[in-house]
Design a protein around this ligand. Structure first.
Ligand SMILES: Cc1cc2nc3c(=O)[nH]c(=O)nc-3n(C[C@H](O)[C@H](O)[C@H](O)COP(=O)(O)O)c2cc1C
Length: 368
């Protein structure tokens, strides 16, 4: 495994290796405030070339799960600063994943108990997590209301504000969460976007919100500190599209001139089959990368979903620049060292993924 350990430049991010810790929601931030335990967890994993934090809400309206952190208030910025300081002190790099869940929420999590917002008033056939009597409990998401066009500038402004907060909190950059059926992805995919205004219908319209948000973030903090996560074919959170190749080809060609730090692509169904597809034919990821490069895109190409060390090494040889590992990083705080030395890996415990305390969070053993 030599390629995985080569340093790489991703925009303004100078990374010591190709090994990235994927964003992982862990529901351990009551009142949307990052904690000291989270600082321990991330610092334990600072040997990653880059850490992408768990998805972090850009606003109260952007929240869809119990006990997920936010990045819009001064208190949240101060709390995150303790985490970024600790990770930097341990020699790591860390970006925050900026999140608006759109319709994947519940009235109990929304300001004033209102309906969650979405491109169209179509409920997602999916569940979210509430804490009921102290116990994390899966519940159906609430029926959303369609956003009015005059509300969208406010959402773009919330992303811009969150990006500014991220830099104030000491993050090395941000990753825009445009994957997994959350707000931006709901606008992109036709199953969840039935609008007939300038944000719905043709691909150029459905991609408009994404591009406005990326432009706002890059104006605020620079393209070189901005990454984006896409999941062209995932069915996560009940989204689909009949022509993902054309849709995401358009998206990456429009992102190319923005000189982003990286594009992070989930291949297949998130956390499931890598060869899962939508639109009736296999998705051509090399063609997507070629479209991006052909349009002048210079960002690092980050891949994810079901990678082990050998597949990761192979993908770097084949032209990926970075590989993000999710579940393996949950269970192996020293994953890079284990991959380098071929040491056996700890097994992740699914029962402690979402919610709880240090068990299954900061107590996975590292090699002595
Ligand atoms: C517990 C858990 C939480 C996750 N939270 C997020 C998240 O906050 N943001 C995101 O984009 N993906 C999230 N994912 C998806 C992972 O980032 C990753 O795409 C997925 O686990 C596949 O990678 P892996 O096979 O290396 O685990 C989560 C996955 C798991 C298992």
């Amino acid at each position: 495994m030599t390629h995985l350990f080569e340093p790489v430049q991703a925009g303004e991010l100078q990374l010591a290796s190709r090994i990235v810790m994927a964003p992982l929601t862990r529901n351990r931030a009551p009142d949307a405030l990052p904690t000291a335990l989270m600082a321990t967890y991330y610092t334990q994993r600072a040997s990653a070339g880059l850490i992408v934090t768990e998805a972090t809400a850009i606003s109260h309206q952007g929240q869809g799960y119990a006990d997920v952190p936010g990045i819009w208030s001064d208190a949240q910025v101060a709390a995150w600063k303790r985490i970024t300081n600790a990770v930097h002190g341990a020699g790591g790099k860390i970006v925050v994943q900026l999140w608006h869940v759109g319709r994947v929420s519940h009235v109990d999590l929304q300001p004033g108990g209102q309906a969650p917002v979405a491109p169209s008033a179509i409920a997602a056939k999916t569940k979210t997590v509430l804490i009921q009597n102290g116990v994390p409990t899966f519940v159906e998401t609430s029926v959303p209301r369609a956003l009015r066009v005059d509300e969208l500038p406010g959402i773009v402004a919330d992303y811009r504000h969150a990006a500014r907060c991220a830099i104030a909190a000491g993050f090395d950059g941000v990753e825009l969460h445009a994957a997994n059926g959350y707000l931006i992805d709901q606008f992109l995919r036709s199953s969840s976007n039935r609008r007939d205004d300038s944000y719905g219908g043709p691909i150029e319209h459905r991609a408009r919100l994404l591009l406005e948000v990326v432009q706002a973030i890059t104006q605020e903090i620079g393209g070189g500190r901005t990454g984006i996560r896409l999941s062209p074919v995932t069915p996560a959170n009940d989204v689909s599209d009949p022509d993902p190749q054309q849709l995401f080809g358009y998206v990456v060609s429009q992102l190319a001139p923005l000189r982003l730090a990286y594009l992070h692509v989930i291949e297949g169904s998130t956390g499931a089959a890598r060869d899962y597809t939508q639109g009736g034919k296999p998705f051509d990821y090399p063609a997507l990368q070629d479209t991006y490069r052909g349009a002048g895109g210079t960002g690092a190409w980050m891949v994810n979903n079901g990678y082990d060390g050998a597949l990761a090494e192979h993908s770097i040889i084949e032209g990926a620049d970075l590989v993000a590992f999710g579940k393996l990083f949950i269970a192996n705080p020293d994953l890079p060292r284990r991959l380098r030395d071929g040491t056996p890996l700890n097994t992740p415990d699914r029962s402690t993924f979402y919610g709880g305390g240090s068990k299954g969070y900061t107590d996975y053993p590292a090699l002595a």
